[in-house]
Design a protein. Sequence first.
Length: 72
Amino acid sequence: MKKKFKCEVDCADCAAKMTDAIKKVEGVHDANVNFLTQKMMIEADDDRFDEIVQLAVAACKKVEPDCEVYLD
């Protein structure tokens, strides 16, 4: 499954670090956090997608604690 989420990230460097952190989450096939569009894209296993998204958000929070990811 591949899905995009709105996110608030403060700089391009943080977005790159978030992308790297998300890609390390088990089950993630591809990921991208784009500073300019304020979007996060995750492609991951269908059967664990919701769990993987939560782990990805936690990974983002480790990079930038005040980032917001809108999951709806």
